[in-house]
Design a protein around this ligand. Structure first.
Ligand code: DAT
Length: 180
């Protein structure tokens, strides 16, 4: 409820990263609702603007045109106050983000979530493996300063609540530190 006070220009930018199905959208939207920050879903943005560059037959999905996504987001990212949701974060300019959260889900839980999405066998297996090997966390660590990359558990509804509270506290602190 402290968020009622956030009327001055915000310059917070966050990324939620992690394997599909770990709960990025759920967290990002809820966080936006409770913080007043703006939520941007890169997958939706790409679909709406058809920001694609070819089609991946093996994974049965369009290939993201990363440069066009970056161009499309540049203006609002330099304004700040944005939560960006995508399963990867290595192609975004480093200066865009003050903090990066990588959600982590146990394999058995993740498998069930992806199964209900109707993923094909290969996509299911590869995504669960990606999670097992912590590939997206490693990617985030390689792309941003280690101090701003945080891994958060995302298995149970209580995790969601804890994560949101933790991030809201972080935002509050960030504003205090930068409002002088
Ligand atoms: P993503 O955006 O990472 O692909 P999502 O937000 O769509 O993931 O969530 C996938 C599914 O998991 C969806 O049915 C909601 C559920 N979910 C998300 N976070 C959860 C949590 N902390 N506990 C239990 N279920 C969760």
């Amino acid at each position: 409820a402290f968020l009622g006070g956030l009327s001055f220009p915000l310059c917070i930018r966050e990324a939620a990263s992690g394997t599909p199905g770990v709960g990025k959208t759920t967290l990002g939207k809820e966080l936006a609702a409770r913080s007043g920050l703006k939520y941007v879903n890169v997958g939706d943005l790409a679909r709406e603007g058809q920001l694609y560059d070819g089609y991946d037959e093996e994974y049965d999905c369009p290939i993201l045109d990363e440069d066009r996504v970056v161009d499309e987001l540049e203006n609002q990212m330099s304004e700040g106050g944005v939560i960006v949701d995508y399963h990867g974060c290595d192609f975004f300019p480093e200066r865009w983000f003050h903090i990066v959260f990588v959600l982590k889900t146990d394999n058995s839980v993740l498998y069930k979530r992806l199964e209900t999405r109707g993923y094909n066998e290969k996509k299911l297996k590869d995504n669960v493996q990606c999670e097992i090997f912590q590939i997206l966390y490693e990617e985030a660590l390689a792309s941003y300063s280690e101090e701003i990359v945080h891994q958060l558990p995302s298995n149970k509804p209580e995790d969601l609540e804890d994560n949101i509270n933790q991030i809201l506290n972080w935002i509050e602190q960030w504003i205090k530190d930068h409002s002088s």
